[in-house]
Each structure stands twice: as C-alpha cells, then as structure tokens.
Design a protein around this ligand. Sequence first.
Ligand code: ADP
Ligand code: MG
Length: 261
Amino acid sequence: MNSTLPASGPAISLQNVSRHYGSIKAVDNISLEIEAGSFVALVGLSGSGKSTLLKMINRLVDPAAGQLLIDNSNIEDTDPHILRRQIGYVFQNIGLFPHMTIARNIAIGLELAGANSGKDDRVAELLDLVTLPPEMATRMPHQLSGGQQQRVGVARALATRPGLMLMDEPFGALDPVTRDSLAGQYKTLHETLGLTSVIVTHDMAEALYLADRILVMESGQIKADATPAQLLSGDVGEEAEALVAIPRAQAAHLIALGKGS
Ligand code: ADP
Ligand code: MG
C-alpha cells in the first residue's frame, strides 16, 4: 500500500498452532505467515477463537501444540516480560488503572522496563502522538471520555516502541463517530511508525477500511484469508461469503466516502 516505506515491524509465523479447552477447539491447527509491516484484521463471530489466537502471539496464552516464531525466533525461548515489551497490546475494555494518573498509566511499561529517564518527555510525546492535549497527563482515567481513554490505551501500548501491535476489539466499545476517527488515526500511526498490526474486530467495515489482509475465523479455523478487494468482490468462497455479506454495503459506503486509502 505505502511502498515508499521500508519493510518494518517484525514478521510472525504460526506453525500448526492449537489451543483446546476441553472439547472446544478455540484455535484449531492454524498455520499462518504474517509479513513485516502488514496490517491484519481477525474477524469472525463471538467464540470463533480470535482473542485466543491474538493472545498466543504475546504468550498471554500458550499453545497446546505447534509453534510461534517472531522474526524467526521461537517465542517460547523469549522471556514473556521481554517479549511483551516488544509487543504493544491494546485491550477491548481499555484497562487503565483507575487510581493512577494518565501519565503513569502511559509510563507503566517504561517503569516496568526500568526505563525511567526521559519518561516525562516520552509521555508528552505519546500524548501528542495520539492527539491528546498535554494537560491530560495529570488527569485521572474517570475524567476522560471513552475515546480519550482508548487513546491513552494506544499510547500506553506504544510506550516501549514495539514493532508489533496486537489490538483486541480496541474501538468496539466506542460510539461510531469516535470509533471511525480513532481507527483512522491508528491507521496513520501504523503507517508512519512502520508497525506490524494485528487487530481483532467484529466490525467487517472497520476491517475492510484498516487492514490490508483479512482473516475470517470460525470454530478456531481460518475460513478465509483475503485482501479487502477480494472480500468486497465476493471472491472468497461460500463459507466466508455468508460472514461478510451483510457489512459489504456499509464498507463500500465508507470506502466511497474516501476514507479508505
Ligand atoms: P473470540 O475472541 O473470537 O470471541 P475466544 O478466543 O475468546 O473467541 O474463545 C474461543 C472459544 O474458546 C470460545 O468457545 C470460548 O468460550 C473458549 N475459551 C476461550 N478462553 C477460554 C478459557 N480460558 N477457558 C475455557 N474456554 C475458553
Ligand atoms: Mg474475543
């Protein structure tokens, strides 16, 4: 898409990865290569395994079988704490610490990494990056709107300069206008920072707008692996077709508005 930028962010490789809970196959023998610098959306109905797959990439959940490599290193060989410094994670429910200021919420990863020098400057830089005014630093989470809080969530995830961002329905709880504006701003960050991004969303329009590759999950498996153009043209097989039929009109509308790039 933006061919002038160097390939950046890490590449991810999943090799026959599974995670079962009793008889439930949350993730069922998935093999997948994610290119450095790509923006991947995981879509699918609730319970299809999206969150489990995402969490395996930063070892919040370990696979029962198979392996995951980041830039050709098996993530099992990396200390989970060090791994998570290289991977930004944005939670669906935002998950700010209610008793800490916005500045501390953003800096918590830096503090845990022992990177205390220059912390205030970095917080200011991050607030600016997510288009929040500097005076937000001293506020408490409950004083911010949902959209502002989720901007803080994104700033916190970016604090340790990760090359990879994992986002689990990051904009899902927000009103549609705020959601579109945050999604648009994140897309710009993805491009300017040269990130590799994997986002879980149940909003196909959002996936079509943000991602350059869309994986449709069902019952722990990837039923379609397609570009937005392929999904929009209906060239993805019957199974995936049923999952994307409804939002197509909505997505086409968004793209027609010139929001897509
Ligand atoms: P999604 O994010 O697509 O909604 P999840 O990955 O959260 O799906 O869940 C996939 C399936 O695995 C669901 O049936 C869910 O109930 C089950 N599951 C996920 N995590 C656990 C867990 N810790 N214990 C038991 N079952 C789980
Ligand atoms: Mg989920």
